[in-house]
Design a protein around this ligand. Structure first.
Ligand SMILES: NC(=O)c1ccc[n+]([C@@H]2O[C@H](COP(=O)([O-])OP(=O)(O)OC[C@H]3O[C@@H](n4cnc5c(N)ncnc54)[C@H](OP(=O)(O)O)[C@@H]3O)[C@@H](O)[C@H]2O)c1
Length: 316
């Protein structure tokens, strides 16, 4: 594989042969719904092109992001690129978990992205109204037909993941995408250790805590977009409570000649996760890419965890 960005690291997703950049491109923002109006499709396309031309080969989206709009934006960004070099991951929405609906959703995602096949097709959230054997049976058919290369899940707790693994007949689940960042570390309790035992990759969503861990928001600067304005994480009190942590992240960042975002993402990379920060513009992905190729020290991790809420904190 051609390595454009000299510091970018690549790892296999689970036991698959998908060699993905540890920093992937989070595509929810490109759906352009709920995330504010200060950016447009062109910004997202430019950011994706920059990423793909400079070492990020992995992009994450979902059929539900902007009702397919994120996938359409991706089509534009990847047009003319070597498809084989990209790791394209998308997700099917729980209302489509019945057998025929899964097949249809997959066709629709492939058509919207014009990507021939999906590298990693993920169940977006667990859904207990359709038997998991029916849902995963359809996913396995998609692998057999070549439309999907590997199967992943998202937001599955330990029991749900084990149930899903047990219903697979021929193929394996290679990843579980979970909310995971310095201040929301519930996955560390029992899920992540068990995923490691089974060789299932952790893909961290909200790795910057929806922008909070960039240090640009605070109790006097609360984001007003639909996604964040009512999120308890961005309440005045909680933002105030994170000030000592943000200040420590800033000190570490200055000492290491990095940004706060880079320290926050590197913390997760050190724990073995892939990160998929949500991106609106080139400057954001450029910054996030600098989280790869170096490592916070064990002492820095301890310092961060001394100030961060524990794994039992509210919001986990
Ligand atoms: N599987 C799931 O259920 C699930 C759920 C949520 C998300 N996801 C996936 O995970 C991705 C990331 O999660 P997320 O969007 O919730 O949270 P996130 O990545 O923690 O935060 C995204 C926000 O961080 C800010 N940001 C990004 N790069 C920055 C930089 N270099 N400097 C400063 N700020 C920066 C932007 O905020 P501003 O808007 O302030 O610019 C962006 O909107 C999504 O795009 C999506 O692909 C999956």
């Amino acid at each position: 594989m051609m390595r454009y960005f000299q510091d970018m690291e690549y790892r296999n997703i689970g036991k698959s042969d998908l060699e993905a950049s540890v920093v992937g491109f989070g595509g929810w923002q490109a759906g352009r719904q709920g995330w504010g109006t200060e950016f447009d499709d062109r910004d997202c396309i430019d950011a994706m092109k920059y990423a793909f031309n400079n070492g990020v080969n992995y992009i994450d989206t979902a059929e539900m992001y902007g009702h397919g709009h994120s996938e359409e934006v991706i089509r534009e960004a990847i047009s003319g690129m070597d498809r084989e070099k990209l790791v394209i991951a998308t997700k099917v929405n729980p209302p489509h978990f019945k057998h025929d609906e899964i097949l249809r959703s997959c066709e629709n995602s492939i058509r919207r992205m014009n990507c021939k096949y999906i590298d990693l097709y993920q169940l977006h959230w667990p859904d207990h109204s359709v038997p998991i054997s029916e849902t995963l049976g359809a996913m396995e058919e998609l692998v057999d037909s070549g439309k999907v290369r590997y199967i992943g899940v998202s937001n599955y707790n330990r029991e749900e993941l084990e149930e899903a693994m047990a219903s697979m007949k021929k193929h394996e689940i290679v990843s579980n995408q979970m909310r995971y960042n310095i201040i929301q570390r519930g996955v560390e309790r029992d899920l992540y250790p068990s995923m490691k035992v089974h060789g299932i990759s952790m893909i961290a969503w909200s790795p910057i805590a929806k922008g909070l861990l960039s240090g640009k928001y605070g109790h006097e600067n609360i984001p007003t977009d639909q996604v964040r304005k009512n999120d308890p994480l961005f309440s005045r009190e909680r933002l105030k409570s994170f000030e000592p942590l943000i200040s420590t992240l800033k000190t570490i960042a200055e000492k290491r000649d990095k940004t706060i975002v880079q320290v926050s993402l590197n913390y997760l990379l050190k724990k073995g996760a892939f990160v998929i920060p949500g991106i609106k513009r080139v400057d954001q992905i450029k910054d996030c890419m600098g989280s790869s190729g170096w490592s916070v020290t064990d002492a820095e991790v301890s310092e961060i965890e001394r100030l961060a809420p524990g794994t039992e904190s509210p919001g986990d």
